[in-house]
Ligand binder design. Structure first.
Ligand SMILES: NC(=O)c1ccc[n+]([C@@H]2O[C@H](COP(=O)([O-])OP(=O)(O)OC[C@H]3O[C@@H](n4cnc5c(N)ncnc54)[C@H](OP(=O)(O)O)[C@@H]3O)[C@@H](O)[C@H]2O)c1
Length: 318
């Protein structure tokens, strides 16, 4: 497994990170048991994945805890998160106090069966919530860091609603956060201009989410997502085949299919470090780990994908 330096954390982690949330939640979203989900985590670790991302809200911390109990804890980099308010970030949640947020961390540590996490994120933060995060919750997490319960502090956006990274554009220059999780994929490449220049200048750890998500996990979903961008005038009509928008690229002899295209596009983006992949299937996981470790896409393919989606700003691939 290829490894990468996670920015200023100085940790070296696998370039492929196991995402234990998303639409799959290690298969638990479609009824897999915690034991089955734990087997997916163990499979990833056996294939060399050291970066594992979960969250309080995913319901998969228990599965991760079961899997990591059988492995060498210091060799793994465990990332978890808490929403900053009750009910998540979708409406206007009552924001947590510092004590409540710290209690969430304690719950996560208990479910994970570990006495520290390598990375604790403020999960799905909106622009409006950022002042509360910085003024109230961040000092509390720093105290937990001093106690050795948290090694590094991370921040994730709600890409589905914040497709232009408004929150991260405000938050990252403060230097308050060691690691950022940002949405980036074929359909929305806006982080290239707005986020990666800052993460690179400040040497922040950079995690890519939404590389595939739903919008790119089948040809039919990709066709639907591209049709919406064409209807909004963000992609030129006729630029891509409406029935199979990425078919012209996936027929290239060096490209193994749409997911290979999607993961490699993210993996080799300057500024991207860890690409998260979420699945409940060990077959899918093996395919995805292979894709993330393949060489960069042919330059003419990458250049065309950048040109075709240059004006696309509204999709997340959700
Ligand atoms: N705001 C946040 O903090 C936030 C938000 C979203 C995601 N995340 C993190 O990012 C991680 C990645 O999530 P994502 O949704 O962006 O994952 P992803 O890897 O982009 O998408 C995976 C989706 O495609 C399917 N899939 C995976 N491999 C496949 C294959 N080879 N062939 C066909 N289908 C395949 C998966 O379901 P199957 O089970 O069927 O494989 C899943 O529904 C999450 O797990 C989470 O850790 C964080």
């Amino acid at each position: 497994m290829q490894t990468v330096r996670l920015g200023r954390t100085e940790a070296f982690v696998s370039v492929a990170g196991l995402g234990c949330g998303g639409h799959s939640r290690l298969g638990m979203a479609r009824g897999a048991s915690e034991g089955e989900a734990a087997r997916v985590v163990s499979h990833a670790i056996e294939r060399g994945v050291t970066f594992i991302d979960t969250a309080r809200i995913y319901g998969t911390e228990g599965a991760v805890g079961r899997a990591i109990a059988d492995h060498d804890r210091p060799s793994l980099y465990i990332s978890t998160k808490s929403w900053v308010g009750e009910g998540g970030s979708q409406e206007r949640p009552r924001l947590y106090s510092a004590a409540e947020f710290t209690a969430n961390l304690e719950d996560s540590l208990r479910r994970l069966g570990t006495d520290y996490v390598d990375l604790f994120h403020f999960h799905g933060v909106s622009l409006e919530q950022l002042p509360h995060v910085r003024e109230v919750l961040l000092p509390a997490v720093r105290r937990q860091q001093e106690l050795g319960k948290v090694r590094h502090i991370g921040l994730t956006e709600i890409f589905r609603f914040d497709t232009g990274h408004a929150m991260l554009r405000e938050a990252l220059p403060t230097g308050d956060f060691d690691v950022v999780m940002v949405g980036f994929n074929l359909l929305n490449q806006t982080a290239r201009a707005t986020v990666f220049p800052v993460t690179q200048a400040l040497d922040l750890g950079t995690l890519i989410m939404f590389a595939v998500r739903r919008g790119l996990n089948s040809v039919a979903h990709a066709a639907q997502a591209v049709a919406e961008l064409v209807a909004k005038g963000e992609v030129d009509e006729g630029a891509l085949d409406p029935a199979d928008p990425f078919g012209a690229f996936t027929r290239h002899p060096d490209i193994a299919g749409q997911l290979d295209l999607a993961y490699r596009f993210c993996r080799h983006e300057p500024g991207a470090q860890v690409v998260l992949t979420g699945t409940g299937s060990t077959t899918h996981l093996d395919e995805n780990l292979a894709a993330i470790q393949r060489p960069p896409l042919p330059e003419e393919v990458r250049a065309t994908l950048m040109r075709v989606f240059a004006r696309a700003t509204s999709a997340s691939g959700e």
